[in-house]
Design a protein around this ligand. Sequence first.
Ligand code: ADP
Ligand code: ASP
Ligand code: MG
Length: 409
Amino acid sequence: MALIVQKYGGTSVGTPERIRNCARRILETQRAGNRVVAVVSAMSGVTDGLIKLAKEVSPDHDPAEREMDVLLATGEQTTIALTAMAINDLGGKAVSLTGAQAGIATDTVHTKARIVNITPKAVQQMLNEGNIVMLAGFQGQTADGRITTLGRGGSDLTAIAMAAAIKADLCQIYTDVDGVYTCDPRVVPTATKIEEISYDEMLEMASSGSKVMQSRSVEFAKKFGVRFEVRNSMNNNPGTLVKEENKGMESVVVRGVSIERNQAKVTIDDVPDRPGVSAAIFGAISDANIMVDMIVQNVSTDGLTDISFTLSGADLPKAEKALTAVVPKLGEKVALRTHKGVAKLSVVGIGMRSHSGVAAKMFGALSVAGINIQMISTSEIKVAVTVDEAEIEKAARAVHTAFGLDEKK
Ligand code: ADP
Ligand code: ASP
Ligand code: MG
């Protein structure tokens, strides 16, 4: 008898009929002789709808994050109850648990809390009594009893963390595509499904825009060695196995291509080239709780230089506000320029560690496609560039083809 954690995402539970489909699959898994904990997301669109409602009732101030979490956690609470009802209606025996009831303890960082530990007593007891446990994704509870949520896409994390806590034999992430592809199949129709991918590659892809998995959940899986499969909730096709790397994986130079839209670029021109300037700029950005991505500083001429960086487009107004306060203090000529409509394209693969020429091949493909590169950054297993957002799909297809990732006909 195996212990299995399954997770069903928002589209997979998006309608009553789809909830019944998941209920059937969960029940079949149990009837095949397994014990099952099933994590569900909110029905698709529900979390976004709740965020919109919050903005409508509180148009002048950001709603208190404590209240946002109380609100957002209701999406998943709805689906655990509905799925448990559907399973019971099909003749099974299911009970639902919220994150708090399931012993998921988090820190106090509302809306993006981290799991600090899990005490799965209630889960184990309910399994021992022969139940299917329906567990609410995306949520936990602080030590003093406040409801928290785990960041967008956080039901993936609930599943992986619970699988680690109860030492599950298998963790399956069910979604609306057959697995992890060499690029988002909605952007590159010739993308192919990846059979096996290392944690590091999945992590780099997830954090550079491949939102098929929440990046924090992959980080957790790597840390605790939780192997997991990404599969389609609408069919029985084999999915993608995410696991520790092995020698064979290194023979593939580029495993996948990621895109991230809605980025912005900030350039500060003619800043004096002296100690403390970057510290002042990025100190102000960090004080405003903004994450920056790529940073480029030019070689200085006549004691002046330019600094550019990218950030999420959603954070641009906050960044402009924070910088308007510091920029004038840096020098007379210093000027601030901002651009929206930037997107990031990344190629990822652990094979890059032992192969050269990846960046050159990527730049060559973009050049042939007539696409201008704005900024470049590299890591051991990734090369990333920013381009005009209007050209991102064309850029992704060109690079995908150049690395031989297209489906073989
Ligand atoms: P869920 O609601 O099941 O969590 P998500 O919408 O979070 O589903 O993730 C699935 C989606 O991720 C797919 O529909 C697909 O468009 C997108 N996606 C982005 N990059 C990839 C990729 N490399 N492979 C597969 N899907 C991807
Ligand atoms: N419902 C949450 C979201 O939309 C969590 C999840 O779906 O994983 O982000
Ligand atoms: Mg998701």
